[in-house]
Design a protein around this ligand. Structure first.
Ligand SMILES: [Zn+2]
Length: 266
C-alpha cells in the first residue's frame, strides 16, 4: 500500500446526481434512522468515476498494490462502508453505515475484488468507539475517528507497514498496521511478491553494466551463454526496471522500496 494522491477534479456525476442522492439519504435518515438505505451503484460506480480512480491509482488496487486489470474489472470501494459496518471484534453488522459518504469522492477508491469482497468487506474497526461519527449530523468529527485501518488517501502507509522480503510487518507492532494487514488480507500475496522480488533481484544487477562497453558486454554474453545483442537488451531492460520498479506506478511499490531502498521513487 502506498499513499494515493487524489486529484481535486471530482467526477461531475458525484457532484450532480451524487449530491441529490446524498440529500435524499439525509432526509431518509431524519424520517427513519433505522430504515434500510438504498444506494445507486450507477453513480458511485459510474465509468467516469472508475476511470479516474484507476488512472490516479496507476491501475493498482488501493490496498494490495496488485495490477489485476488483465484478469478482472475491480471495484469502486467505499473506505467507510456506506450501508453498515463491523466494529472491532464484532460478529454483527451495525446499521446504518456511513450513508452520507456513499457518493463522496474522498471516500472512494479502486480496489481488487478480493481485497474488497473477501477481506475488507464491511469492516471498519475503531480503537475507541466513542470517537465514531454515527450519522451525518453527529458532533464527532470524521477526521478524529480513532481508526484501526490505514487510509491511503489520508496517510502514508509506510509509516505503519514495512516489508521483510515479501512479508508485510507492522512497524513496532503498531495496532493500525497489524489490523490493516489482517483486514486487507495483505499476507495472501506473499507468493506474488516473492516472485516479483526474485525477478528484480535477478535482473537489476545488469543495470550496472555499460552497454556501450564492448568488453563488459562480451564478458556477460560469454557468462550467460547468450548473444551480445541479447545482453544489450537485458541491460536496457534492467536500467528501465531500475528507474521504474519502485515508483508509485509500479506493482507492489512499498514492498520493492523496502527491499531496494536505493531505487528512485519519483
Ligand atoms: Zn487488492
Amino acid at each position: 500500500m502506498i499513499k494515493i494522491h487524489k486529484s481535486s477534479n471530482i467526477p461531475s456525476v458525484l457532484t450532480t446526481k451524487g449530491s441529490v442522492e446524498t440529500a435524499n439519504l439525509i432526509n431518509a435518515y431524519h424520517t427513519n434512522p433505522s430504515h434500510p438505505f438504498s444506494f445507486d451503484q450507477s453513480i458511485y460506480g459510474h465509468s467516469t468515476v472508475k476511470k479516474q480512480l484507476i488512472k490516479e491509482q496507476h491501475e493498482k488496487c488501493c490496498f494490495c498494490e496488485a495490477k489485476f486489470l488483465d484478469n478482472s474489472f475491480g471495484d469502486v470501494e467505499h473506505f467507510r462502508p456506506k450501508a453498515a459496518y463491523k466494529k472491532r471484534g464484532a460478529s454483527q453488522l451495525t446499521y446504518p453505515g456511513y450513508y452520507w459518504l456513499a457518493y463522496d469522492w474522498n471516500n472512494l477508491m479502486f480496489s481488487c475484488e478480493k481485497c474488497n469482497r473477501s477481506y475488507k468487506k464491511n469492516e471498519f474497526p475503531l480503537n475507541d468507539e466513542t470517537t465514531r461519527k454515527f450519522h451525518h449530523a453527529h458532533p464527532n468529527p470524521l477526521e478524529k475517528e480513532d481508526r484501526l485501518l490505514i487510509n491511503p488517501i489520508e496517510e502514508d502507509p509506510s509509516h505503519f507497514i514495512t516489508f521483510k522480503e515479501e512479508v508485510p510487518i507492522a512497524i513496532n507492532n503498531n495496532l493500525k498496521g497489524q489490523t490493516s494487514i489482517e483486514v486487507y488480507g495483505l499476507e495472501r500475496l506473499d507468493n506474488s511478491r516473492l516472485e516479483h522480488l526474485f525477478y528484480l533481484k535477478s535482473i537489476l544487477p545488469y543495470a550496472n553494466i555499460d552497454e556501450a562497453n564492448s568488453v563488459d558486454v562480451n564478458e556477460a554474453a560469454k557468462y550467460l551463454k547468450i548473444s551480445t545483442d541479447d545482453v544489450v537488451d537485458l541491460i536496457k531492460n534492467a536500467k528501465a526496471l531500475f528507474n521504474s520498479a519502485a515508483k508509485d506506478s509500479a506493482k507492489f511499490a512499498l514492498c520493492v522500496r523496502c527491499k531496494f531502498p536505493y531505487l528512485p521513487t519519483i
